[in-house]
Design a binder for this molecule. Structure first.
Ligand code: CMP
Length: 135
């Protein structure tokens, strides 16, 4: 069965949105396979976002994701990668529609509440980075 990684980012943890986001996942009918709260290390952050290395926002992105605790969630379900991405909404706050997580909670392209895997290949890599026992 397909798996994906959802990260509740430091801005959402600080704003006490953990419960709301998890409730959306559960009410959708998806399975939470693993869940952990932690402050991400620089090493893991750089590995997670290595595809963005060299982009103008890369340093800010790394500093942001290690700035406070996050919640790492492995979700399982049919087509869950696409389902969770649709629930998260567009990265651009101008395009994230109401009813999506970003559309409801964020106006910022960097501090955008959640991260979601974008393909089967990336989800496997991302889950492996944070949950050794599931890979
Ligand atoms: P995420 O889904 O975690 O994947 C990459 C992250 O980079 C993205 O969410 C945003 O937090 C950030 N990001 C993407 N594009 C931009 C941008 N143009 N400016 C600043 N941050 C960005």
């Amino acid at each position: 069965m397909e798996k994906t990684l959802l990260i509740i980012k430091p801005d959402a943890v600080e704003r006490k949105l953990i419960g709301d986001i998890i409730q959306r996942v559960e009410r959708k009918g998806l399975e939470i396979k693993a869940l952990r709260m932690e402050k991400v290390s620089l090493e893991k952050a750089e590995k997670h976002y290595e595809i963005h290395k060299g982009k103008d926002f890369y340093n800010n992105l790394i500093q942001f994701i290690i700035s406070g605790p996050v919640v790492l969630i492995v979700i399982e379900g049919k087509d869950c990668i696409k389902v969770i991405r649709a629930m998260a909404g567009s990265t651009s706050p101008l395009e994230a529609v109401a009813g999506t997580i970003r559309g409801d909670f964020s106006t910022d392209i960097l501090e955008n509440i959640v991260h979601t895997s974008d393909s089967i290949e990336t989800s496997e890599k991302e889950i492996k980075n944070f949950f050794k026992s599931l890979s």
